[in-house]
Design a protein around this ligand. Structure first.
Ligand SMILES: Nc1ncnc2c1ncn2[C@@H]1O[C@H](COP(=O)(O)OP(=O)(O)OP(=O)(O)O)[C@@H](O)[C@H]1O
Ligand SMILES: [Mg+2]
Length: 241
């Protein structure tokens, strides 16, 4: 069972457009996206390569500016926020998981997780808190390893630990299982679902993998920068995959 949805809207996109200008060329990556995401959702964004999935995640993550429309994330209009306010939003309310795990290779698993708590100004018991998250996600035995000493699946799980250590309301994941085999993908998704159910963390993840889509509660399909389909599953089929 996925987490129970509440009435609180975490993401509200209205007619969101994104145009990239490169030299003489304008690329219309998003053409009027309407999307509302409630707290507790477990949402997959699918669609062909180039349909705008990464662009949409980057906009919701306040990593890039929308061209037109309005986009509210956790109740604030991101296009009206200063750079500082966006940085604060990312640091304190959002978690990010990327396809290429993006861990610091010279830091241990525990230090990678702790690092975010440091940035957040958590002064007390950073080590203990980082260790707690790693243990909770079944990563305790890797706490002192550096990423190059871990498998891809293990590294991606550390990336999840890092993304959720600060208990963000919303986690954005861009093809989080793209570099993982079936078994590691399943472990990762079980972990994400556990956080969704037990910590009420909202997840929005993009994917090309039908096995990952099977885990989602709701599936939004992008085609050519537009929402072509938006389907909420009748019942959860979490045992798929
Ligand atoms: N920084 C950029 N500058 C110019 N064009 C870009 C940029 N980023 C993406 N695009 C273009 O915007 C469109 C949407 O790209 P996006 O990366 O969002 O697609 P995607 O759905 O994530 O694709 P994939 O499944 O391959 O990851 C594409 O036509 C892409 O070429
Ligand atoms: Mg992409």
């Amino acid at each position: 069972m996925a987490a129970v949805l509440t009435d609180e809207t975490l993401v509200h996109a209205k007619r969101v457009t994104k145009v990239y200008h490169t030299g003489e060329v304008d690329t219309y990556a998003l053409r009027g996206i309407d999307l509302e995401v409630k707290a507790g959702d477990f949402l997959a964004i699918v669609g062909p390569s180039g349909s705008g999935k990464t662009t949409l995640l980057n906009l919701i993550g306040a990593l890039d500016n929308i061209t037109d429309g309005t986009l509210e994330v956790l109740g604030s209009d991101v296009s009206r926020m200063s750079r500082r306010q966006r940085a604060d939003l990312r640091l304190h309310a959002l978690g990010f998981i990327f396809q290429a795990y993006n861990l610091f290779p010279v830091l241990t698993a525990q230090e990678n997780v702790q690092f975010v708590l440091e940035l957040q100004g958590v002064n007390n018991e950073r080590g203990r808190r980082a260790r707690e998250v790693l243990d909770r996600l079944g990563l305790g035995e890797y706490a002192n390893r550096r990423p190059p000493q871990m498998s891809g699946g293990q590294q991606q799980r550390v990336a999840v630990a890092r993304a959720v250590a600060s208990k963000p309301r919303l986690v954005l994941a861009d093809e989080p299982t793209a570099n993982l085999d079936g078994e590691n993908a399943r472990v990762l998704l079980d972990m994400m679902r556990d956080l969704n159910e037990n910590q009420h963390t909202t997840f929005i993840f993009s994917t090309h993998d039908p096995r990952v889509v099977a885990y989602a509660r709701r599936v939004v399909t992008l085609v050519d920068g537009q929402v072509a389909k938006d389907v909420v599953k009748e019942s959860d089929t979490h045992d798929a995959g």
